[in-house]
Design a protein around this ligand. Structure first.
Ligand code: GA4
Length: 329
C-alpha cells in the first residue's frame, strides 16, 4: 500500500504489486476481415474470454480525435474537472472507483450512452465541454456500437445459433444500458521511486459485468490479464487495435483483469461496455445448453434481470465474484 494525498488533503491508500516479469504473446488475434473470424472468435472466447481485434474498420481519425479531446479534458485544473463529478456512478471521478472504497491511481469519465437515462453529471459534462468533444464522442460511440454488433453477430454464427442477432439485439435495443468510460492513468515517477520496483495499481483486479467490453488504449502498457492458472501477465499495448472481453454462462468466461500505472508515461484508455436493457432477463440460451445423457444441462445461475445484477454489482468491491451471488446452491 502507498499513501497518496488528494488535493483536499485527504489521504488515500493505494495498493501496489510486483511488476509482471514479461509480456504475454498468447492473446488471440482476431482479424475481423477474415472469412473464418466467427470460428476464431468462439475459440478465443472459450479459451480466454479475451482477444485482440484487428482490421476492425474503425477509422483511426475517430480514435485519435477522441483521445486528444480526452487528454485535453484530463489536463484541465482539478477544480474544473471536479465540477463534472463526483461519479454517481456517472461523471468524473478521481482515485475512487465505485461506491465501496476501491481506490486506484486513475482518473476517469464514466458516461451512459443512452440519452434517455443520461445522468445529471453526464449532462453537466456535455454542457460544459466544447462541442468538438461531444462530436468526437458521438462518432466514436457510433463506431463502437457497429463493431460491437458485428462481433456479437459473428459470435452467434460461430456458435451455430440460427438467430444471428440473439446477442446483438440486446445491445441494439434502444433501452440498452451501455456505457462508456475514459480512463487516464497519470505517470507516477515519485511514487514509483519510493516503491522500489513495485507498481501502483491503477485499476484493481475485476471482471466486467456487461455482455461485452471493447477497450482501446494509447501505446502505454499497464493492462494485465489473469490466466486460468492464476498468473498475471502483461498485455502488450497496441494503439491500433481493440481488446475485447465477453461474458456468458460458464462456457465463455469474462477475463479477470487489472491495470498498473507506469512511472513515466500516461495511459489513456477508452472502453465501450455493451449492456442489455435493465429489464432484460439474463439466462443462458436454451440452444447452447449441452445435453448430456438425455438430461438437459441446467443453468449454473438463478434467473435474474440485468437491473438486479447491476444493483448487486454496485454493492460489491472490485475484486469480488459478482456472479457467485446468483449461483444455484
Ligand atoms: C467494472 C466495469 C466498468 O468499468 C463499470 C465499473 C463500475 C464503476 O466503476 O462504477 C464498478 C465495476 C465496473 C464493477 C463493480 C462495481 C461497479 C465499480 C465497482 C466496484 C462502469 C461497471 O459497470 O462495473
Amino acid at each position: 500500500m502507498v499513501a497518496v494525498s488528494q488535493s483536499n488533503n485527504e489521504i488515500l491508500l493505494i495498493k501496489t504489486c510486483k511488476p509482471a516479469s514479461s509480456f504475454f504473446n498468447g492473446v488471440p488475434i482476431i482479424d475481423l476481415s477474415h472469412p473464418e473470424s466467427k470460428t476464431h472468435i468462439v475459440k478465443a472466447c472459450e479459451e480466454f474470454g479475451f482477444f485482440k481485434l484487428v482490421n476492425h474498420g474503425v477509422p483511426f481519425d475517430f480514435i485519435a480525435t477522441l483521445e486528444r479531446e480526452a487528454l485535453s479534458f484530463f489536463s484541465k485544473p482539478q477544480s474544473e474537472k471536479n465540477r463534472a463529478g463526483p461519479p454517481d456512478p456517472f461523471g468524473y471521478g478521481s482515485k475512487r472507483i465505485g461506491l465501496n472504497g476501491d481506490v486506484g491511481w486513475v482518473e476517469y469519465l464514466l458516461l451512459n450512452t443512452n440519452p434517455d437515462v443520461i445522468s445529471p453529471n453526464s449532462l453537466f459534462f456535455f454542457r460544459h465541454n466544447p462541442h468538438i468533444f461531444s462530436c468526437a464522442l458521438e462518432k466514436y460511440i457510433a463506431a463502437m456500437k457497429k463493431m460491437c454488433y458485428e462481433v456479437l453477430e459473428l459470435m452467434a454464427e460461430g456458435l451455430g445459433i440460427e438467430e444471428r442477432d440473439v446477442f446483438s439485439k440486446l445491445v441494439r435495443d434502444e433501452k440498452s444500458d451501455s456505457c462508456f468510460r475514459m480512463n487516464h492513468y497519470p505517470p507516477c515517477p515519485e511514487e514509483a521511486e519510493a516503491l522500489g520496483g513495485r507498481n501502483l495499481i491503477g485499476f484493481g483486479e475485476h471482471t466486467d459485468p456487461q455482455i461485452i467490453s471493447m477497450l482501446r488504449s494509447n501505446n502505454t502498457s499497464g493492462l494485465q490479464i489473469c490466466l486460468r492458472d492464476g498468473t498475471w501477465v502483461s498485455v502488450p499495448s497496441d494503439h491500433t487495435s481493440f481488446f475485447i472481453n465477453v461474458m456468458t454462462n460458464g462456457r465463455f468466461r469474462s477475463v479477470k483483469h487489472r491495470v498498473l500505472a507506469e512511472a513515466s508515461k500516461s495511459r489513456v484508455s477508452m472502453i465501450y461496455f455493451g449492456g442489455p436493457p435493465l429489464s432484460e432477463k439474463i439466462a443462458p440460451l436454451a440452444s447452447l445448453m449441452r445435453k448430456e445423457e438425455e438430461e438437459e444441462e441446467e443453468s449454473l445461475y438463478k434467473e435474474f434481470t440485468w437491473c438486479e445484477y447491476k444493483k448487486a454489482a454496485y454493492k460489491t468491491r472490485l475484486g469480488d465474484n459478482r456472479l457467485s451471488l446468483f449461483e444455484k446452491s
